[in-house]
Design a protein around this ligand. Structure first.
Ligand code: GDP
Ligand code: MN
Length: 390
């Protein structure tokens, strides 16, 4: 799960990381009020969306009057911001962050993430922070500094000094970097994050380090123990179909093909997609309805698959291990009736009560193709999607 910049910056402040003074605004009036609270006569206005590259997309603007602030707030709020990271449709801007401007001497990069191969936390830093860090990583990898922390001992002061020297920091800045890196480690572990990124971490014109941007990704599998963080979710920023899937505990990933797949179990879903491809078809999605598939979930899964207008045929592949195939068959019948499916549906059932399940489907009077063998089911659905007789 992603957080907004303003949410991440509040967590930063809670953990003692230096951030500029800012105020959140959801309307032009609130933006003006925020600027009055902050004082001064110049402000930075920043669109709050779950994507980087906002600077390049016109989502970060320096304004030097109340009227310019009003204009920018009116332009951004209610719009969809397109950045190099969003895709053509962009993401909705419902809030802007009004920030005190910072005089910038240097823009650095600092992040912490999990190095899965080393099974350790890794800090990445660069003296080439700002908006093009991805390009730097690709073309000048030697400018990316990496330190890994020992899992038992954690981050060490000497590692912070090493990073600081390589970044060209001195004196007070080295102490500030050390505090920032230790605070990042605490925040990372406390929140079960998967990535925290500060880009840019600036050296201000006064020579202090300051986090000008904040990105924080949380590990979804650990969200259950962070009710406060889970409450920060902003569904409006997420892919509508994937959000609907998550709501019903379905693991759904949209793909480019035209054969909708509904399967119980991630491994079986992979095998099903492989067989569809082997028969010359292209899956429209990966969808795992989970081990405890219920009639309601099967119905939701059908709705999800069919909301994709590319789908020309559907393959249902259920292995009844714990779940009973006759119950699943009832769910399928209910779902097909409710969603008025207009494309061919091939159902393969195997396992506990498979015979009863297939009998129920065949007696339902619905236009379903039933199969017990997975290979022939995959072959049938590929033909059906092509409009060939099966
Ligand atoms: P991103 O493009 O989505 O990563 O948004 P950032 O928050 O990183 O902002 C992009 C760029 O805007 C930064 O690299 C800075 O150069 C600039 N910027 C952001 N905030 C300020 C600020 O307070 N003062 C000044 N002068 N520039 C800023
Ligand atoms: Mn940034």
């Amino acid at each position: 799960m992603n957080l907004h910049e303003y949410q991440a910056k509040r967590l930063f402040a809670d953990f003692g990381l230096p951030v500029p003074k800012s105020q959140l605004a959801g309307s032009v009036g609130e933006a003006v009020a925020a600027a009055e609270v902050l004082g001064g006569d110049r402000w930075v206005i920043k669109a709050q969306v779950h994507a980087g590259g906002r600077g390049k997309g016109g989502g970060v603007k320096l304004v030097d009057s109340f009227s310019a602030l009003r204009d920018e707030a009116a332009r951004l709020l209610g719009s969809r911001l397109v950045t190099p990271q969003t895709g053509a449709a962009g993401l909705p801007v419902r809030q802007v962050l009004i920030e005190q401007p910072t005089g910038i001497a240097r823009e650095l990069y600092l992040s912490v993430l999990i190095d899965r191969q080393a099974e350790q936390l890794a800090f990445l830093a660069s003296d080439a922070g700002g908006m093009d860090i991805e390009a730097v990583a690709a073309s000048e990898p030697e400018r990316i500094i990496r330190v890994r922390t020992n899992t038992a001992a954690g981050l060490q002061a000497f590692q912070c000094r090493y990073v600081g020297f390589r970044l060209g920091l001195r004196g007070q800045q080295l102490r500030q970097l050390q505090q920032i890196m230790f605070a990042l480690q605490r925040l990372f572990l406390d929140s079960d994050a998967s990535l925290i990124e500060i880009n840019p971490l600036v050296v201000t014109s006064d020579g202090d380090l300051l986090a000008l941007d904040a990105k924080l990704n949380l590990d979804d599998n650990a969200l259950y123990r962070h009710a406060d963080l889970a409450a920060l979710r902003d569904i409006a920023q997420e892919d509508a179909r994937e959000a609907a899937a998550a709501e019903h505990q379905l693991n759904y990933i949209a793909l480019d093909g035209d054969i909708g797949c509904m399967v119980n179990g991630a491994g079986l879903a992979m095998a099903t997609m492989d067989l569809v491809k082997l028969h010359g078809g292209e899956p429209a999605n990966f969808l795992d309805v989970g081990g405890g598939a219920t009639a309601e979930r099967v119905a939701e899964a059908f709705k999800l698959i069919l909301s994709d207008t590319k789908v020309k045929a559907v393959l249902v592949n259920i292995f009844g291990g714990i779940v009973r195939c006759d119950l699943i068959a009832e769910g399928i019948i209910q779902a097909v009736k409710e969603t008025r499916i207009a494309v061919p549906v091939v159902v393969r059932l195997e396992g506990t009560h498979a015979e009863q399940g297939l009998a129920l489907l065949n007696d339902s009077g619905l236009d379903l193709l039933t199969e017990q063998d997975l290979d022939s089911a995959a072959g049938q659905v590929v033909c059906a999607a092509r409009g060939e007789p099966v």
